[in-house]
Design a protein around this ligand. Structure first.
Ligand code: MD3
Ligand code: FE
Length: 203
């Protein structure tokens, strides 16, 4: 099941189902090294999404803005490396859309509880806008909002469920997108949580 959203962008339904157990095990392990935290927006608000990073660079938000950092500001340590099972999956998904030799340097893991949302935004903190972003959804389903190149453009809703992988490349790389408030629910593998992994090449 593949849903094409536009040039360079598609949702690959269930692409990660076989690896889901292994991915969740690695998320658990990573969370012991760089705990999930609610970052602050530059405007001083606490994000409802909890985040952790793996890779040589990690996405950080605080009162001074959004950026990629080599170390965890909470501990001063480097972020943990991206687990091989993550890298293999990201590369295979990228290849499906024709992006060869995709090697991300950052993996951002978002954790959603019921009520958590991610408002409409563009991902433009990466220097390399040519490389795609790969995303993997695990646990509870979510409603994904897919807009255009302008914030005011109308949005289309898609459901992202456990095991779905999406590839965002080419002209779709800079489209506005977001996640609606997560609904209550229980997933056999994650309980009342949804996880989303994004793989990025930041430089
Ligand atoms: C379209 N994450 O981490 S995944 C993000 O489910 C983010 O946690 C959401 O948006 C989540 O930045 C949505 C789908 C997604 C991810 C990255 C994209 C769509 C994208 C980058 C460019 C265009
Ligand atoms: Fe995003």
């Amino acid at each position: 099941r593949r849903v094409d959203l536009g040039p360079g962008a598609a949702i690959l339904g269930g692409f990660a189902l076989d690896q889901a157990d292994a991915l969740l095990e690695q998320i658990e392990r990573l969370s012991l090294l760089a705990p999930f935290r609610h970052m602050q927006t530059p405007g001083g608000r606490r994000m409802s999404v909890a985040m952790l990073n793996a890779g040589s660079l990690g996405w950080v938000s605080d009162l001074s803005g959004y950026r990629y950092e080599r170390t965890d500001p909470q501990t001063g340590w480097n972020w943990p490396p991206i687990p091989p099972v993550f890298l293999e999956l990201a590369s295979q998904a990228a290849q499906t859309l024709g992006f060869e030799a995709f090697v991300p340097d950052a993996c951002l893991i978002n954790r959603y509880a019921p009520g958590t949302r991610l408002s409409l935004h563009q991902d433009r903190d990466e220097q390399d806008h040519h490389a795609p972003i790969i995303s993997v959804s695990l646990g509870l389903p979510a409603t994904f909002l897919w807009g255009g190149l302008e914030r005011r453009d109308r949005t289309t809703r898609y459901r992202l469920t456990h095991g779905d992988v999406a590839v965002w490349g080419g002209p779709s790389r800079l489209m506005f997108h977001g996640i609606s408030e997560l609904k209550d629910g229980v997933h056999p593998l994650t309980g009342a949580l949804r996880y989303n992994l994004t793989f990025r090449k930041t430089r």
